[in-house]
Design a protein around this ligand. Structure first.
Ligand SMILES: O=P(O)(O)OC[C@H]1O[C@](O)(CO)[C@@H](O)[C@@H]1O
Length: 547
């Protein structure tokens, strides 16, 4: 056993789980009318109802002890103050500095990073104003109204999904298109409808070396040159967000059009940096700033609220409870708001790239489960497909339901239906439907006894399926910023408990490396194939089809 699973607290939690598995939430609600108000917390515009979870006061107490013993608070403080907590890459982890409006300095290796951060925010503000006003023009004098944002992973998901989530706040004068995949269909579809004279390409790559992003930018460059632009005009139509200034200037970008990135910002935490420029272009700077302010508010809440009131702590500990003591392998996110439909994909990268790890501390192989599979989609759509498995399947899948109480273009009929479905689902998951209730429903339906029993058996819903419900007054930039930061810190707390490094991604790096080796063999068609038999055969087949 590892130090973690060996602790008395872990053992206590295991025995509490055995006990809880014999009970039903339905009975808890029936016997305790204060349960809903007892297990709810509000902070930063997020109202969290966590009463429909398989928890008791004893469970929560033990989970808080686990957090204490795992030194979550100390690890959190180390992150905020710029310690080198990404210990496999020797980097600080300071996305929180990008939304630090406290006026306090933040030091990395003895140097205050805030002046650079603030200068970058000013640069974003000025740039956005110059595009929105039409003052910044393309090489033929046309205003730049079409923005093509090229990036992948964190350099794509954050900008695209947050822009989409804030559609009611869009500045109408420009249209931002996002391209990530190296599949040429995507960039082709986007560029084929654009006028190159009014197109601005924003290339977002911290490293300026990611294959997909480089290739898509090269394709955009070829398209621009073919359409009539010259190499000299590139500077007016291509800008970059990167920490690799040399590579960007070699490409043809003007140095003043390169927005900085720092090695203390991880890709999946980068939307708060200039990687968020496409968001600012979509929404206008003031709304973008609200997003950052919402995140800052959550940072303060995370640092100061006691564990019992702390949203990232509570949601993280509930996750640990199900993953480590109930065998839950996945967690589903269900935004009941069309514009937030991309949110599960955002949290998927955030959580799975961060905590998809099996080494704790320096070299210890874990003997407990770590990061779950994150998935989901917008409600009510999922109700008509995968919810069936959550209700009656054999897997335990904790769920986060999300609903803004007010939506733009409010149509009460639609919104009431949306809300009723959201609440109805959490209720059904929690209480289920007993055999006796199902049997009684079939009274007077003219069924033979055996048929009635059979049908009642199939209709029986076990219930006792956990969910959180997160309500927001409305999904405005500030609330969205708080929500994203809440999930960031949730992932942090879980990583701290499991002892994993939530800030590297060696598995992804290996994929990039092998992909490049294979590409070499695909392009050099005469090169001997030296991989395993399956990979060799796949490459040979591809070569044959493309010869
Ligand atoms: O911004 P870059 O350097 O192009 O990297 C893109 C993405 O690649 C990853 O490193 C791995 O996919 C992500 O973490 C990152 O967001």
């Amino acid at each position: 056993m590892t130090a973690l699973t060996d602790t008395p607290t872990w053992q206590t939690l295991a025995s509490l789980a055995d006990d809880v598995k014999q009970q039903h939430m339905r009975d808890w609600f029936a016997s305790d009318t204060s349960r809903a108000s007892k297990y709810q917390q509000t902070a930063c515009g997020i109202e969290l109802d966590y009463s429909k979870n398989l928890i008791t006061d004893d469970v929560l107490k033990a989970l808080f002890t686990l957090a204490d013993e795992s030194q979550v608070a100390q690890k959190r403080d180390a992150m905020f103050k710029g310690d080198i907590i990404n210990h496999t890459e020797q980097r600080a982890v300071l996305h929180t500095a990008l939304r630090n409006f406290s006026g306090e300095p933040v030091y990395v290796n003895g140097q205050d990073v805030m002046p650079e951060v603030l200068a970058c925010q000013d640069k974003i503000k000025d740039f956005v104003a110059s595009i929105h006003s039409g003052e910044r023009k393309g090489y033929t004098g046309k205003a730049l109204k079409q923005i093509v944002s090229i990036g992948i992973g964190g350099s794509f998901l954050g900008p695209k999904i947050m822009s989409e989530a804030l559609k009611p706040y869009w500045f109408g004068g420009v249209k931002v298109h996002f391209v990530a995949n190296v599949d040429g269909c995507h960039i082709h579809d986007v560029l084929s409808n654009l006028d190159h004279e009014e197109t601005l390409v924003v290339m977002s790559s911290k490293s300026f070396s990611t294959q997909e992003t480089l290739q898509n930018t090269l394709t955009a460059k070829e398209w621009f040159l073919k359409a009539g632009g010259t190499q000299q005009d590139i500077a007016k139509h291509f800008i970059a967000v990167s920490s690799n200034i040399k590579a960007a200037t070699d490409f043809g970008m003007a140095e003043e059009n390169i927005f900085p990135m720092w090695d203390w910002v991880g890709g999946r935490y980068s939307l708060w940096s200039a990687i968020g420029l496409p968001i600012a272009l979509t929404l206008g700077y003031d709304n973008y700033r609200q997003l950052l302010e919402g995140a800052f508010e959550m940072d303060q809440h995370f640092q100061t609220a006691p564990a019992e009131q702390n949203l990232p702590m509570l949601t993280a500990l509930l996750g640990v409870w199900y993953i480590n003591f109930f065998g839950a392998q996945s967690h589903v996110l269900l935004p009941y708001y069309h514009y937030l439909r991309g949110f599960p994909a955002y949290v998927q990268q955030l959580d799975m790239e961060s905590n998809g790890k099996n080494i704790s501390g320096d070299t210890t192989q874990v003997d407990y489960a770590t990061g779950p599979i994150i998935w989901g989609s917008e409600g009510t759509n999922g109700q008509h497909s995968f919810h069936q498995l959550i209700h009656q399947g054999t897997l335990l899948i904790p769920a986060d339901f999300m609903l803004p109480l007010n939506v733009p273009n409010q149509d009460n009929t639609h919104h009431s239906m949306l809300a009723s479905n959201c609440f109805g689902q959490t209720q059904a998951l929690m209480q289920g439907k007993t055999f006796d209730e199902c049997y009684a429903d079939l009274e007077g339906k003219g069924l033979e006894e055996a048929e009635r029993v059979k049908l009642a058996t199939h209709k029986t819903m076990p219930g006792n399926k956990p969910s959180n419900t997160l309500l927001f007054e409305k999904m405005d930039p500030k609330t969205l910023g708080s929500l994203v930061a809440m999930y960031e810190h949730k992932v942090f707390v879980q990583g701290a408990i499991w002892g994993v490094n939530s800030f590297d991604q060696w598995g992804v790096e290996l994929g990039k490396e092998l992909g490049n080796q294979v590409l070499d063999k695909i392009v050099n068609t005469d090169a001997p194939l030296s991989f395993d038999g399956s990979t060799n055969a796949l490459i040979a087949r591809f070569r044959q089809a493309n010869s």
